[in-house]
Design a protein around this ligand. Structure first.
Ligand SMILES: Cc1cc2nc3c(=O)[nH]c(=O)nc-3n(C[C@H](O)[C@H](O)[C@H](O)COP(=O)(O)OP(=O)(O)OC[C@H]3O[C@@H](n4cnc5c(N)ncnc54)[C@H](O)[C@@H]3O)c2cc1C
Length: 521
């Protein structure tokens, strides 16, 4: 229960971003109250034991970290280790009866070059790959240092970036660059998937939402490396909550906010603890909930027309052993990174078209990855004798599951079929069972994510991503505008995934909102 009726700042939503805000603001000496509707903080960055009788603690929703700046982790003294994966990706392929796998190591070495040669018959595709990612690296090196600064204007970023990569990534649909630079459909697909995580689009979509998603996946800490949080995502958000509380912030869980009423120099927040209603005033309210949800809390009503639409299928599996692959690759190498399934470029476009027309894609594009190969600690006493597998499926928009009650089961079966297609034995043979003898498999379609976390439409970023800079003609008068966290109300700022630069587990929404408040108060 909160101890006061008035605070400098009330943070609505105790997701990882809300916690980052609270930690920075409390450290700056402000009084801070975080209100979280669920029984625990962390939002989509949490670990749970989903299978009765099994000690494995899985990152239930988000699972890898790239975008959280090392500077932010150092600022907040976070005692969290992010570990590199030795395999960046592995993509099984079958051509004219021959099976193989495209291995991309981290760092790339002789095996990566040999693997490109095995797939494409020469070295040209790998040279194109190296050229492309070197150029994208130039763009990342310019953007990454700006993420914890006030927004640069587009023209300022553009002036520092080579013209070719700017045109490829920022100006034209990404499909143009991918098809011009690469010839192999499998290689093209590996490049393309970073544009489609949680983003329902064709690679040729004129909105460029796929380009923005691609950019976010490549800029983290200037390297774009996706690392494993040791102990799972829950370890990260537990450390964030501790940082906030140690600095003096108050956190109340089981506190569902029902209304925010902005006034002339502050706002009133109404919340419910399940038994009774409370209200509290604040000089600033930070919204860690999606902008679409915020509008409801501000009394603007539900607008079905602007509601985000999530498009992913997440499946968590616990295995008694890793399965063998048809390609003969070592499973400990293949599953250690992102293992692409049915993600050839042509298949991605085909899946998009099918889902846009209302059908569950067949084959289902997606990727799997084994956390426990890099960090067995999440298995508890079963470390060494079990493995986890995380499946993230693309192009399963929420509407598929609304239209047809059988679509959920069909999507799960197709996801498993895409996996089985590259395995030497069916994955079900490897599944552990829970205390009741049921296979250890839990699936989350967008509706589940919305129900669990109040992410509207189950959209993993609270809405489509925006460019991480300000349009040239944007008004940047107030600190909130300068940090990309403004709403229509001076006393209410965005601190979550829906802030400009807020998407993913980055803490950037939280950091940037805190900086704006510190500048304003
Ligand atoms: C399946 C899935 C996989 C993902 N994988 C990755 C990944 O691997 N890496 C990555 O970087 N990102 C990933 N993401 C995206 C990432 O998890 C989110 O962008 C990020 O966690 C959002 O954090 P947040 O703090 O902004 O919001 P949230 O995590 O959504 O937190 C918002 C909080 O507000 C609370 N809340 C909502 N309404 C109210 C209310 N009325 N009153 C009080 N509290 C309220 C919610 O309960 C929640 O705790 C994934 C997301 C999903 C769903």
């Amino acid at each position: 229960m909160s101890t006061a009726t008035s605070y400098d700042v009330v943070v609505v939503g105790g997701g990882h971003n809300g916690l980052v805000s609270a930690a920075y603001l409390a450290r700056a000496g402000l009084s801070v109250l975080v209100l979280e509707r669920l029984g625990q903080t962390g939002g989509a960055a949490v670990s749970v034991e989903p299978f009765a009788g099994q000690p494995a603690r899985l990152s239930r929703y988000s699972y890898l970290v790239s975008l959280m700046p090392e500077q932010l982790m150092a600022d907040l003294d976070l005692d969290v280790r992010l570990v590199s994966r030795t395999t960046a990706s592995y993509t099984p392929w079958t051509r004219a009866g021959r099976t193989g796998g495209l291995l991309v190591e981290r760092p790339e070495g002789a095996a990566t070059r040999a693997s490109f040669r095995d797939l494409t018959g020469g070295d040209e595709e790998y040279a194109a790959w190296q050229r492309f990612y070197a150029e994208v690296g130039d763009l990342a090196a310019v953007v990454a240092p700006t993420l914890m600064q006030p927004l640069p204007a587009e023209r300022e970023v553009r002036a520092l970036v080579p013209e070719g990569v700017w045109a490829d990534v920022v100006e034209h649909p990404l499909g143009r660059a991918i098809t011009a630079r690469f010839t192999d459909d499998t290689v093209r697909g590996v490049v393309a998937t970073d544009a489609l995580i949680g983003t329902f689009a064709s690679l040729d979509d004129p909105s460029l939402i796929q380009n923005r998603c691609f950019l976010y996946h490549l800029i983290g800490n200037g390297t774009g490396e996706w690392r494993v949080p040791v102990g799972g995502m829950g370890a990260l958000t537990t450390a964030l909550a501790r940082a906030a509380v140690d600095a003096g912030a108050e956190i109340v869980t089981g506190a569902g906010v029902s209304a925010i009423a902005p006034g002339t120099d502050g706002a009133e927040v109404t919340w419910h603890d399940g038994t009774r209603e409370h209200s509290v005033t604040a000089r600033r309210v930070l919204s860690g909930v999606a902008p679409w949800v915020l509008r409801i809390l501000l009394g603007e009503g539900e607008d079905a027309g602007t509601k985000p639409v999530g498009s992913q299928l997440k499946i968590n599996l616990l295995l008694d052993r890793l399965p063998a692959l048809r390609s003969g690759a070592d499973p400990e190498v293949a599953f250690a990174g992102t293992l692409h399934l049915a993600e050839d470029y042509g298949l991605l476009e085909q899946a998009y078209a099918a889902a846009a027309a209302g059908a569950v894609p067949d084959p289902m594009p997606g990727e799997v990855y084994c956390h426990s190969l890099t960090d067995p600690s999440i298995l508890g006493e079963r470390a060494g004798s079990q493995h986890t597998l995380t499946y993230f499926g693309l192009h399963t928009p929420a509407w598929l599951f609304e239209a047809d009650p059988g679509a959920r089961e069909l999507a799960i079966q197709r996801a498993l079929a895409s996996l089985d297609a590259v395995l030497a034995e069916p994955i079900v043979n490897c599944l552990a069972t829970d205390a009741d003898g049921r296979p250890c498999l839990e699936a989350k379609v967008p509706q589940d994510v919305e129900r669990d976390l109040a992410m509207p439409g189950g959209h993993i970023f609270h809405g489509d991503l925006e460019w991480p800079w300000a349009p040239n003609r944007a008004r940047l008068d107030t600190p909130a505008q300068q940090w990309g966290v403004q709403t229509e109300h001076d006393a209410v700022l965005l601190c979550g995934s829906g802030a400009r630069r807020g998407g993913a587990v980055s803490g950037l929404g939280g950091h940037n909102a805190a900086q704006a408040v510190i500048a304003e108060l």
